[in-house]
Ligand binder design. Structure first.
Ligand SMILES: [Zn+2]
Length: 186
């Protein structure tokens, strides 16, 4: 089992462990990799998938949100379900908004979503991990206190039910691939 490490060399000491699932589904419209990033890939269907928060790079600051998911959400390879557990009740609206980014993602049964009050430390490594999706939908944890856009974090972790990370630097709403950037930037 190979392991994917993505190093953001321009951002000191941010190292993300990134896992793609067997037979990953490619995302249409993934951008070219920015020059200051290097990445390598690895497989591991059962490994957790952590997402870190980093400061917004200077050249991306002030970029307005220009697009949103289409009505009904972006199409996905399969239908999945999720349940908002009690720890996430304060964030239920944002989680539902994030889930709405994906067509075929329905509330009720399926992946339990829990919310934490601090960075996630049981996701297999990485600094300032704000989201984790274990086993491509076995369970999801979110640390809403660590990000500015709660719905985007939820949409991102739900996206790991099907997808690995794209090559965008910072997650955003412009496309499914944009949502699946390796980092949430504040
Ligand atoms: Zn992620």
């Amino acid at each position: 089992m190979a392991r994917k490490l993505l190093m953001l060399s321009g951002l000191a000491s941010v190292v993300l462990a990134v896992v793609t699932y067997a037979a990953p589904v490619s995302l249409a419209g993934a951008s070219a990799s920015p020059a200051q990033e290097t990445s390598a890939h690895a497989e591991g269907a059962s490994a957790p998938h952590g997402t870190s928060v980093i400061p917004t790079p200077a050249d991306l600051k002030g970029k307005a949100k220009v697009l949103a998911p289409p009505p009904g959400g972006w199409s996905v390879p399969s239908q999945r379900n999720y349940t908002i557990t009690s720890s996430c009740q304060p964030y239920a609206a944002a989680i539902r908004q994030g889930a709405a980014a994906w067509a075929g993602l329905r509330e009720g049964g399926g992946t339990p979503v829990e919310c934490r009050n601090s960075y996630i430390t049981d996701c297999g490594g990485g600094d300032r991990v704000v989201g984790c999706n274990w086993g491509a939908g076995q369970r999801i944890a979110l640390y809403m206190g660590g990000v500015n856009d709660d719905a985007l974090l939820a949409a991102h972790e739900f996206g790991h039910d099907w997808y690995g990370h794209s090559t965008f630097r910072c997650a955003g709403w412009d496309s499914a691939a944009h949502v699946m950037a390796p980092s949430i930037c504040n």
